[in-house]
Ligand binder design. Sequence first.
Ligand code: ATP
Ligand code: MG
Length: 354
Amino acid sequence: MKIVVLPGDGIGPEIMAVAVRVLEAASKRFQLDLEIGHDIAGHASLQRHGATVTPALLEKVKAADGLMLGPMATYDFKDEAKGEINPSKFFRKELDLYANIRPARTFPGMAHRVGEFNLAVVRENTEGFYADRNIESGSSEMLITPDTVISLRRITRLCCERIARSAFDLARTRARHVSIVHKANVLKIGDGMFVDICRQVAREFPQVRVDDFIVDAMMAHVVRAPQRFDVIVTTNMFGDILSDLTAELSGSLGLGGSLNAGKDHAMGQAVHGSAPDIAGRNIANPYSLILSAGQLLGWHGQRKNLPAFALAARAIDETATAALQAREGTRDAGGELGTAEAGQSFVRRLLEGR
Ligand code: ATP
Ligand code: MG
């Protein structure tokens, strides 16, 4: 497996350094055929090459199986003509990474707000209110007078169907329950179609239980009793909002890992942003990227039918549980360690298999 690593901004380099060491340790213990290439994107690349993502980098990423993308400070990327492209959005689109899988679970021994739970948000990643924001490529936002904006949202049968299938496939490997989250009472046609297609796909998975919830009510359900849920499938923007909530409910935003998966490529990425307020202080929680790295290995193992990769993914998950229970995490996760030290103890545990 070839993985390209792009560290990102803010806390990105600190937490990515840990994630890379974890990948190397997993590779050593499970004898994975793993090749890690290092490159840059975002601000670092804008300074050096005049673009946040260069054509050469895109080619390199396309030739690899996956990438690890660190958090990027994207607020000052305003002019795509000047090379200021949001790398996350760019790779999701170029590689057609349509399924954004964001697991959230509590860890034993860590204080949590709402009781123990273990769920995964499956968010559609290629259309809806996030698809494209520039006029040239079929805008979804238009300033029609200086005082009026129209935002368009595209929902297609194809994208509904493939995201539904991702959710049900995932549910088969978990507690076999899918909850469809939507606003079909208001967005009757678009979300109506989303729900219909999810329910059609559900018929191919008779062993998986299915229900559906209006997104606003869902917010209350998730806070009240997250243990009711297993896999939650939803459209782009609802998934974005819901997954920040579930990551934080699990104990800390710094525990939120995610995978952006397509047919031929996948990208591991933290749910959170670049956290400039804590950058460079060795206090950021590296687990978001550690868990994302685990997801990336698991995805490859499943796709290529390679049991060693699946075992490595599971070991990373189990090590996270054990290490956090022993309070070997950062402060936000109930521990006392710095970013690098939390990484070292993780690597030690992973290599020793405990
Ligand atoms: P960006 O614009 O890149 O999204 P932000 O200022 O919105 O940056 P986030 O990264 O989204 O910041 O983080 C929101 C809050 O959560 C911040 O206060 C940050 O310190 C905290 N946080 C985010 N990630 C982590 C982490 N990995 N470990 C510890 N705290 C984190
Ligand atoms: Mg943010």
